[in-house]
Design a protein around this ligand. Structure first.
Ligand SMILES: [Zn+2]
Ligand SMILES: [Zn+2]
Length: 288
């Protein structure tokens, strides 16, 4: 298809364009109306968090040069997956694939919290002691690779159209930067908006040091999965400005804000420490 070919040829500039546009807008909003005071300097955060984004992008291009859109085109050529096998109207296939991919990402997020070895990778995202636009792009390279493999599997099973995959990737990237924004969003706007998309007020709850709060609001794009599956939480107990963000155990800038510390974070502590950590989370202040 003509559109597919154009999208595949221009995927990188398309995605970079959206990335920098959303990053710029959110950064401006954070300067004009910040929600919380940062605990470490913005310069330190931007250099290290965005350094990691650069590293992840290079790594993904090297490992998977054709990326997720390449997988969608490959599945289409071979007639693999639901939407390539059954005659579904094109627009329906695009919308259903985009929504289904979002559901898969929700399930993946619940899984990386539930499985101790995977939590080690994902806790790097949570160890950020602050919550701003750069947190939204801060994931361990191993989690990024795992996520890409899960996405490949989902695309092949669904037979997701190339357009749906690009829409999904651009949306996920943009909403992730939006919903990690350290921005003031009046309740009058937040209330209706959080029925359509995950807002910063909704996702901030997920970054709480409190165990029960961190195990809620797993959605990235669509807020419906949390409401449907009972993981939705309206507000943090301590309020958005007083709540503590991060994880109890790792809090020094060298461990959680420097790129080197972030990369090493999954490998710190014994595997058996997990049970102890969990108990400590339920009783903050006991031994952490
Ligand atoms: Zn999480
Ligand atoms: Zn997050």
């Amino acid at each position: 298809m003509e559109l597919d070919r154009w999208i595949m040829q221009n995927e990188v500039p398309l995605r970079l364009g959206f990335f920098f546009a959303v990053l710029g807008l959110m950064a401006l909003w954070e300067v004009l109306a910040p929600r919380r005071v940062l605990t470490v300097s913005k310069a330190l955060r931007w250099v290290n968090n965005l350094g990691l984004v650069f590293l992840n992008s290079v790594l993904l291009r090297l490992l998977f040069p054709a990326a997720a859109v390449g997988m969608a085109a490959f599945a289409a050529e071979h007639g693999w997956g639901l939407f390539n096998h059954f005659a579904v109207p094109y627009a329906a296939a695009v919308v259903l694939s985009t929504v289904a991919l979002d559901f898969v990402i929700y399930l993946q997020h619940v899984m990386v919290h539930a499985i101790p070895a995977l939590w080690r990778l994902h806790r790097m995202h949570h160890a950020d002691p602050d919550f701003d636009v750069t947190t939204g792009a801060r994931f361990h390279p191993l989690e990024i690779i795992l996520s890409m493999l899960i996405k490949f599997a989902a695309i092949v099973v669904l037979g997701a159209p190339v357009v749906a995959v690009v829409i999904f990737e651009v949306l996920l990237n943009a909403t992730s930067m939006f919903n990690h924004g350290n921005v003031r969003l009046p309740a009058a706007f937040d209330r209706p908006l959080r029925w359509l998309v995950v807002t910063p007020e909704m996702h901030r709850v997920h970054h709480s040091v409190e165990d029960d709060e961190a195990n809620s609001n797993f959605g990235f794009n669509l807020p419906w999965w949390d409401r449907l599956f009972g993981t939705y939480r309206d507000q943090p107990r301590a309020g958005h400005e007083a709540m503590t963000i991060g994880i109890h155990r790792y809090r020094t800038p060298r461990e959680v804000s420097w790129l080197s510390g972030m990369l090493l974070l999954p490998f710190r502590g014994k595997v058996s420490d997990y049970a102890i950590n969990r108990r400590q989370w339920n009783n903050p202040g006991h031994g952490d």
